[in-house]
Design a protein around this ligand. Structure first.
Ligand code: SF4
Length: 303
């Protein structure tokens, strides 16, 4: 405990010295969320990154999020405290694979979930997050969409629009581990509780939910006066924030198996090391950055 307090003091003083800001995703370890300047979902954090006046962004999340910060803030140093913090879903698509699929679907607009490599964003017409995917798809002139890389988010969007949605076979292994049975069992145990799930869950899980929300949406939902007990269907890191912000309310994780191992690679020690050594830095090459930025900017104009 004492060691952590010393570690935290060192991080915070080095952060001031470097004129850095610490951004943490809702799935980060509790101790990382607690030292962050901003905690949020990928949309909120990309907006925070775009707004900040700090010279250094310490991104406590995974690689595609740090890349998005680099895309939006080319003149800042973007640090990802552990360079192995990738995203299994983002690794399920490549720019070359997407180019091939685009040739097969020449009339389709490409909507790219931000959980994707920068090169894939560069090949897309517009990005989206789980918070705005339906709105982004609806805003496009095209009637046919190629939605990449998350087939489950894409499927969820297809239930909310009349447009033809072509899916890419990617998914999030952490959310795919959530089973319908997990929800039905917890509903019996907590009959008063509301069930909220993330749209990265399988369709059969989504079908059992009261609300389908991004992690930012879950945090806002939990603050409502009429919500006192929530069964939470997403990565379990968010439980820390929900409990911290809503003392007295009950939050039950749908599955203890819903853990993203790469999100948990970021530790207080790696944040300190990163600030000390100013590595590992994430920088998207300029030609890719400019094309990827066009897709991200289009999204930010829509939300
Ligand atoms: S929770 Fe899933 S989608 Fe999110 S970073 Fe981890 S693997 Fe990627």
């Amino acid at each position: 405990m004492r060691v952590d307090a010393e570690l935290i003091d060192k991080i915070l003083s080095l952060k001031r010295e470097r004129n850095a800001v610490i951004l943490a995703h809702n799935y980060q370890l509790g101790e990382i969320q607690d030292i962050a300047d901003f905690v949020g979902d990928s949309l909120e954090l990309s907006q925070d990154a775009a707004r900040t006046e700090a010279e250094v962004i310490v991104f406590c999340g995974v690689l595609f999020m740090a890349e998005t910060a680099s895309i939006l803030c080319p003149n800042k140093v973007v640090l990802l405290p552990d360079i192995n913090a990738g995203c299994d879903m983002a690794d399920m698509i490549t720019a070359e694979g997407l180019r091939e699929r685009k040739r097969e679907l020449p009339g389709a607009a490409v909507v790219c979930y931000v959980n994707s490599p920068a090169e894939v964003k560069a090949e897309s017409d517009v990005c989206c997050t789980s918070a705005n995917a339906v709105k982004v798809v609806e805003s496009l002139d095209a009637d046919e969409i190629l939605f990449v890389p998350d087939q489950y988010l894409g499927h969820y969007v297809s239930t909310k629009t009349s447009k033809k949605i072509n899916l890419w076979p990617g998914f999030c292994p952490s959310h795919a581990r959530i089973k319908p049975q997990d929800i039905t069992e917890l509903r019996q145990e907590y009959p008063q509780a509301k069930v909220v799930v993330h749209p990265e869950c399988r369709p059969e899980v989504i079908a059992l939910a009261d609300e389908v929300l991004s992690t930012g949406g879950m945090c806002r939902y939990a603050r409502r006066d009429d919500v006192t007990q929530v069964i939470v269907g997403t990565e379990i890191g968010i439980i820390h924030r929900l409990r911290k912000e809503n003392p007295g309310k009950k939050f039950i994780p749908v599955s203890e198996q819903a853990i993203c191992p790469t999100m948990k690679l970021i530790t207080l020690e790696s944040v300190l090391r990163s600030l000390r050594e100013m590595t590992p830095e994430v920088k998207v090459p300029e030609d890719i950055r400019l094309r990827a930025k066009a897709s991200v900017d289009r999204m930010l104009e829509i939300v």
